[in-house]
Design a protein. Structure first.
Length: 319
């Protein structure tokens, strides 16, 4: 169900604390993007690298997949990786392609039961793509982003902080696993997964509509003595780039394949079919002269490269 409650004054206070004056208008209630005020993204990353926690709202799209008997069959048709083999409480990441084998997005699949799953992706257009890709299957794919506020608790000591808030064992929760039943985080009903987009130890916390502000406040209060730090999308871009995580629409442009991005291991060789499988098997998709995504490191590790800086072979050449 859509959120109809107006943004509260408390949300406005949160936004005023962490969003610069030039930021866009406050998003719908329970959806606030956090940007450390007056702090360069790389500084937000450096200052809490070892001692602090980071807390952020994640800009993602959540879809509920429901089917009579096999919700994972729909996900398996969409994504290049094996989704039928997921266990209850397991999460799996993969790209997905169009019929020409070109990567159009990526996301994670959360298996709750044989008949229900969550799919979390980055773009609004992903819903239309997934509905078209699963045409003919007895499955429903419904957007639930507005009903599911989402924060990320990331950093080397996130496990320690979260363990003190949750009424169940999260310390033994393996990587890319989640608790498929609702728990309580600081007395707030929630679903908890050991996932994230920071490249560090971390957790994602999903809560029902109306609980976005309470979960934010409980996490911030619990982490205050440890120096918890709100971080937003710019700092997130630094973290994900260091880890080598991609963003659909930035590292992809409608011409690249998962192979071009070094994601061969996420394209199943055993699955009988998925959208784009036949195209990805064509010889020209594996030519040695195809453009490849690579990472670059500066000679001086402490030097911060400005966004949009040009990379040239000859520093004296005209750009």
């Amino acid at each position: 169900m859509p959120i109809t409650k107006p943004a509260s004054s408390s949300w406005s206070r949160v936004a005023a604390q962490v969003m610069p004056a030039s930021a866009a208008l406050l998003p719908p209630v329970d959806r606030v993007v956090v940007v450390p005020l007056g702090e360069a993204p790389h500084k937000a990353v450096e200052t809490d690298a070892e001692t602090r926690f980071r807390l952020a709202e994640a800009a993602c799209r959540v879809m509920a997949v429901e089917a009579t008997d096999a919700a994972l069959a729909a996900a398996d048709r969409i994504f290049t990786n094996d989704m039928l083999g997921l266990e209850v409480g397991q999460v799996r990441y993969a790209p997905f392609c169009d019929a020409n084998g070109k990567m159009v997005g990526d996301g994670t699949v959360f298996k709750f039961t044989d008949s229900s799953a969550w799919v979390i992706t980055a773009l609004d257009s992903d819903l239309e793509h997934m509905r078209a890709a699963t045409a003919g299957l007895d499955v429903s794919i419904d957007p639930i982003t507005e009903r599911l506020p989402h924060v990320q608790l990331q950093g080397p000591r996130s496990r320690e902080l979260l363990a003190g808030l949750v009424d169940e064992d999260v310390e033994s929760l393996p990587y890319f696993r989640f608790l498929p039943h609702q728990v309580h985080v600081g007395r707030v009903p929630a679903w908890v997964s050991r996932t994230g987009y920071s490249g560090e130890l971390g957790y994602e916390i999903q809560v029902p509509a109306g609980f976005g502000l309470p979960i934010w406040e409980r996490c911030m209060a619990a982490g205050e003595k440890h120096g918890i730090t709100p971080y937003g999308t710019e700092a997130m871009h630094v973290l994900r780039a260091e880890k080598g995580y991609i963003i659909a629409g930035q590292e992809t442009d409608g011409t690249v394949t998962p192979f071009d991005l070094g994601m061969e291991g996420l394209v199943s060789k055993q699955k009988p079919d998925f959208i784009g499988k036949r195209s990805l098997a064509r010889a020209d998709m594996h030519k040695a002269d195809r453009k490849q995504l690579v990472g670059l490191l500066p000679d001086e590790p402490r030097e911060v490269l400005e966004e949009g800086a040009q990379i040239v072979a000859d520093p004296n050449q005209t750009i």
